[in-house]
Design a protein around this ligand. Sequence first.
Ligand SMILES: O=P(O)(O)OC[C@H]1O[C@H](OP(=O)(O)OP(=O)(O)O)[C@H](O)[C@@H]1O
Ligand SMILES: Nc1ncnc2[nH]cnc12
Length: 189
Amino acid sequence: MSACKDQDPRIHAIQSRIRVVPNFPKPGIMFQDITTLLLDPKAFKDTIDLFVERYKDKSISVVAGIEARGFIFGPPIALAIGAKFVPLRKPNKLPGKVFKQEYDLEYGSDCLEMHIEAVEAGERALVVDDLIATGGTVSAAMNLLGKHFYDSLHVDRTLVQETSNGIQLIRMNVHNRTTCTYAAEYAIE
Ligand SMILES: O=P(O)(O)OC[C@H]1O[C@H](OP(=O)(O)OP(=O)(O)O)[C@H](O)[C@@H]1O
Ligand SMILES: Nc1ncnc2[nH]cnc12
């Protein structure tokens, strides 16, 4: 993400700790490696704190983390804002009854599953992941939370911000139902 003049000073340090690996895992992919951010306790804590400051007074009752890297950032945010943590898992990992959502990736396709009983109508959910590339994964996660509401789903999508490389950050409001937002924007180049 390009720097802007009123950007929080912690963001530059966070961005500098994300290693960019060209051509991994395939030619043409600029892989954003957050494992180097995790090696710096201050930058890692600042990342969590930024999300907590942003979402602590938003009446969020569910933090939904996307496997696998959303499991690193989601639980500390959930604990700090007093929300439950719901894992959105890759296929055939959850033992209970699940909703499924298939989606396309920058390199391939995949599926996410969520336990049906983990979220109730009327809850506010924050979807957490480390990174948005095409936006397919975060869209699938929001659709998964929306599956609770079957045919009665009424969705507004609001463009929050467009990044320098054209990624659109979308806030999705599901009327009178679960409201989703997401929290990957600090990890985007
Ligand atoms: O915006 P998108 O194009 O959908 O891509 C972003 C997703 O890709 C990565 O996960 P990946 O599927 O590689 O799985 P992993 O976290 O298990 O490595 C990343 O952690 C996001 O979940
Ligand atoms: N460019 C990227 N860097 C890290 N993880 C990714 N997942 C999909 N695209 C990615």
